[in-house]
Design a binder for this molecule. Sequence first.
Ligand code: DNO
Length: 357
Amino acid sequence: MKMTFRWYGSGYDPIPLQYIKQIPGVSGIMGVLSGKAAGEVWTSEEIGELMDEVHAAGLECEVIESVNVHEDIKLGLDTRDEYIKNYCTTLENLAEHGVKVVIYNFMPVFDWLRTELAHENEDGSTCLYYDHAEVEGMTPREIVERTAQDSAGLTLPGWEPERLERLDEVMKLYEGVTKEDMRANYRYFLEGIIPTCERVGIRMAVHPDDPAWDLFGLPRICNKRDDLDAIVKMVDSPANALCVCSGSLGSNPDNDVPAIFREFGQRGRIAAAHVRNVKYLGYKHFQEAPHPSETGDLDMHAIMEAIYETCPDVYIRPDHGRMIWGEEGRPGYPLYDRALGITYLLGLWEALSKRSR
Ligand code: DNO
């Protein structure tokens, strides 16, 4: 297992690489070129600059999160071939710089979605929060505007301005697109990129829909065990793999998260893991909890055990954290609470490894 930390790049992330290096047990970052729009080629030179900076801080960058998939690919428009070609060029350039895993998602329009980015807890900390009843009373545009307003002036991953500028137009394009259409478009994308991945030694790791249910009538096809099964079967290659996210899948109590880790770990199809906890507040209503099991509803020990026993070489990162100790920054991506998460997850890992000897 390699423990990593998501980092958005200089000028985009308020957390310096040196602070990440100071978290015990972290081998590297999950990096990104934050300025890139979906569909654009990442040049070798730009990637090289990122790598030099990360390596100079004594860290690795073997995982990229994310190379976003252009909406035209998801919609199956005629322009998709051009974007798939660009995606392959980006993958070749990333491989040249030692990248082993690329995390991405195939969610229509939105990436992750919450109704509050700074929900106040009794102890004065804040966390990400979701209440479906509220979403039902809002339009997509209202949710987007609220999210932008609450994001502390920092661009949130998945909510990049250029993606959202076209919101109304793209929502219209999805009218009548079924889950079956979406799956066919997904297969077409995978068939276009997996041969390149195999040639250059990159594993694609798809991130599940967050939250794990339908939204605004959009065709979401990656939020339960059977969806993951269908995706890995679309192109049966180890390069077509998953980024299993405990908090995204775990937002729906019907998903048995440890069992999902165990099954796809055994099948050799997990390339990356996001590990975090959630607390259920009601039907399609939850908040993000600190990492330890006792503070939420997921069994973090069972999750780490499934990883330890079935896919011990995976890249892991703690996922979102709360804002604690007066920290300000990108909602969900603070330094302190994610560092606490890492220490806890590494403690579980040490206990698992010593017990199994
Ligand atoms: C949310 C993240 C996601 C994830 C993408 C991967 O905070 O986990 O935005 O990075 O879905 O493409």
